[in-house]
Design a protein. Sequence first.
Length: 467
Amino acid sequence: MKTLLIGSNNESINILQEALKKRKHAITTSETQDLNPERVTGEGYSLVVVSESSPETLHFCRHLKAADNSNSLVIIAILTQESMHQFNDILEAGIDQCIVESLYDEKRLDIRLAFAEKLARDKIQRSIIEDKLRESEARYRNIVETTVDAIITINDRGLIRTFNHAAVKLFQYKASEVIGKNVKILMPEPYKSEHDDYLHNYLSTGHRKIIGIGREVTGKRKDGSTFPMYLAVSEVKMKDQRIFTGIVRDISEQRRLEQEILRTSEHERRRIGQDLHDGLGQMLTGIGLITKNIAQNLSKDEHPLAGQAEEITTLIREADQYARELARGLVPVEMDGEGLPAALERLTSHAEKLFGIKCRFSAKGKFLLDDATHVTHLYRIAQEAVSNAVKHGDASEVSIHLVTSKSHIRLMVEDNGTGFTDNWDEKGGLGVRIMQFRAGLIGANLEISDSKKGGARVTCTIPVIGD
C-alpha cells in the first residue's frame, strides 16, 4: 500500500516508519510545508499518516479532503495525551481515524494500522463502485437524452420522474414544467380522467392494459393539440417503489399516409357503390320493367313461354335488389355525421335477419362528425364487432351504443357470447387487427374487455379535438 507519512517529530516518524515497513507499505515522508494537496491526491496514495496535530497539519488535512479525487484517501492521526484537547479540531479537519494509544506499544500500533489499511481498501473499493455507477448513469443519461423516441418515467402515483429531450420536443413542455406532476397532463379526455383509476386498479389487481404490451394511444401537447402515438410501457420493481418507463413514438406521419390511402380506397369503394346503384341498378330496373310487360302480354296471349318470361322478370328483380344491397354495403353511411346513427340502426336490423339474433342500438347525445372517413371507419368497426360476436363468440344478443359528450365520442358493442380469451392481444385474429387499425387511423383508442352480459365489449373512443 502506498503511504504518505507527514510530520517533523523525528521520534514519531521513525516509530511509524518502522511499523509501516513491517506491514510492507511503500512509504514517502514529508513535512507539511512541502506538500500540495492536489499533488498528493494525484500521486495515488491510499493512506496518509499524520504524526502530529499542529495547526499547519490540520489546515493541510482540510484542504486535502476538499481536493479532487480524495474520496478514496484515508487519513489517520497520532493523538498523544498532551494533544487530546485537539480531538474536535481533528474531527473537523476530516481525519478518518485517530491512534490515541502510545506509539511505544508495538502490538497495539500494528492492530491500529491494520484497521487503517482495511478502511483504506474499503474506501478504494467504494470509490471504484461509485465511479462505475457515475459512469453508468452518465452513459444511461446520454443514451436517453439522445434517443429519437420520447422516454418518460413515472412512479406508482403517476408522477413524472424523468422527461428526456425528445419528450420535450414532442409534447412542447420543458422538463421543469412536468417533473413532479401527474402524467395525465399529457393526455386528452377521457383518458385524462380515467388514468388514475386505471393505475390504481393495476396496482390493486395486477390486471394490465398497456404495461408490457404496447399500443397506439392519443397524446396531448402543451398547446392542447392531440396526436397519435405508439406507447410501450415497462415496469421496474424496487424495494420501496415501482417505476414505469414509457417509450413514446409520434406516428402522425404514418397515420396521415395511411389515412390518405384509406381515403382513396373509400372513395373508390363509394364510386363503385354509386355506379352499382345508379348504373347497373337503373339498368336492371329498366330491363325488369320491359320483361314484366313482355311477360304480361305473353300471358294474355296464353303463349307457352309466358311462364319463363315471368321467371326472368323475377330473377331480374332479385338481381336488382342484390345490386342495391351491394351498393348499400359499399356506401353504408351518408356523407355527414348524422348518417351514422341511421346506418347503425340498419346494421342491427340486418344482423337480426342475417344471424337470427337479438340486436339493439341506442344513441345518447347529438352526434355530429364532419369527417366522412371517420364516420365510415366507426361504422366498419361496429360491423366487424357484431360479426365477431356472432361468428366467434356464439352470441345471441348484441347491443350497440353510441355516446357523444363534449370531450369524446364513444362507440361500444357488447354481447353475451363466450368473449375473448386472456391472451387475445397476442393471438388476435384478423378482425381484431383490422378494428385496431381503423381506430388508429382516426386517432381513436380501441379497448377490448369483458361485458356485463358475460361476453365481450369492444369500445372505440375518439377524443374531441380542441378539448
